[in-house]
Design a protein around this ligand. Structure first.
Ligand SMILES: [Fe+2]
Length: 132
């Protein structure tokens, strides 16, 4: 419950982020019968909504609920004790993750608008059957 209320709920008050989450759900519904695409969406969810990082004015800040609701993960971000990579869809969609360990790798967005707009690219990759 702490994870949901402290980690997920506050950012949903941001209109861009809430639109991202809504659009994400629609994308999931669109591809609900395609197992591999759902797996890729799961990875995107993991590295954004759960473990996303944004860089603002040169500072890495968590926006993912999995980080925000974890003292250890939050410290990792602010102490820069992990690997920070630019947000790249092709990498994220193909990157397995572990749920039982602290994360080593985070993907960094420049803005919530970038995050929201990435879903259009995901939809394009999925519908045009581009190899991702
Ligand atoms: Fe969560």
């Amino acid at each position: 419950m702490f994870h949901d209320i402290f980690g997920h709920i506050p950012l949903l008050t941001n209109p861009i982020f809430s639109e991202f989450v809504r659009a994400f759900g629609k994308l999931g519904k669109l591809f609900i019968h395609e197992k591999e695409k759902l797996l890729q969406l799961q990875r995107l969810y993991w590295f954004t909504i759960e473990f996303g990082v944004i860089k603002e004015k040169g500072v890495y800040k968590p926006y993912g609920a999995g980080i925000i609701s974890s003292f250890g993960e939050t410290n990792q971000i602010y102490n820069q004790e992990a690997n920070f990579f630019p947000f790249k869809l092709e990498t994220i969609l193909n990157k397995p993750f572990r749920t039982d360990l602290m994360q080593d790798d985070y993907f960094v967005i420049d803005s919530l608008t970038q995050l929201f707009e990435s879903l259009q690219e995901v939809k394009r990759l999925f519908t045009e059957k581009v190899l991702v």
